[in-house]
Write a protein that binds this ligand. Structure first.
Ligand SMILES: Cc1cc2nc3c(=O)[nH]c(=O)nc-3n(C[C@H](O)[C@H](O)[C@H](O)COP(=O)(O)O)c2cc1C
Length: 180
């Protein structure tokens, strides 16, 4: 798939087929996502892939702040990736002082770039994805046994799409762009 076509045709998928997603499938996607750029090439983004249906269901039921749409999204998808970042590196000097006034902003920035790179790579391999920002970090941390020092940046549902949603409305480029 052409890169520009991939960018334009990726959609958030909320209804998935029952077809399983394997550890090899996720590994193939991460093989691509690892090329995402990061702060000083610090590469602090981690991908915790939940394929076990029982654990995935517990995350859906107990880790979504009772937001029923995400509960359903996670149950529908064959796999759930918990995207995390190692704290205190992106945006910081080795002695722990912030390199810029934006402090920990760069940790989230790296996570966002990696997240979209993961979703585009998945799209290229024929998978649908959904990025989710509404989740109970403490509960999911407990459920997946996430160590201290890593924060959850986003959840990504992964599976074979069972819907083909139309593109959601976008502003015209002219409304977003200023040429100086
Ligand atoms: C940071 C972020 C958080 C999001 N959180 C959720 C979420 O919790 N639940 C959900 O259903 N969609 C979520 N979305 C998906 C957006 O609603 C979706 O990307 C947007 O409506 C545009 O649709 P598209 O991805 O199909 O182009 C999130 C997207 C982003 C980038």
């Amino acid at each position: 798939m052409e890169l520009n076509q991939a960018i334009e045709t990726r959609r958030s998928i909320r209804k998935y087929k029952d077809t399983p997603v394997t550890a090899q499938d996720i590994a193939r996607i991460v093989e691509e996502a690892r090329f995402a750029p990061t702060w000083k090439n610090s590469q602090t983004v981690r991908y915790h892939a939940v394929l076990d249906p029982a654990l995935k269901d517990r995350i859906a039921e107990e880790g979504t702040c009772q937001f029923s749409k995400n509960m359903q999204n996670i149950k529908s998808a064959a796999a759930l990736v918990v995207l995390t970042t190692v704290d205190g590196i992106a945006g910081y000097e080795p002695d722990g002082t912030p390199t810029t006034p934006k402090g920990s902003h760069w940790q989230s920035f790296d996570a966002g770039i990696a997240c979209q790179t993961f979703c585009l790579a998945a799209h290229g391999y024929g998978f649908g994805t959904l990025i989710m920002g509404i989740f109970d970090e403490a509960k999911i941390r407990e459920l997946i046994g996430l160590p201290e020092g890593e924060s959850i940046s986003a959840l990504i549902a992964v599976g074979y799409a069972d819907e083909a949603p139309a593109v959601r409305p976008r502003k015209e480029a002219g409304a977003l762009l200023e040429i100086l």
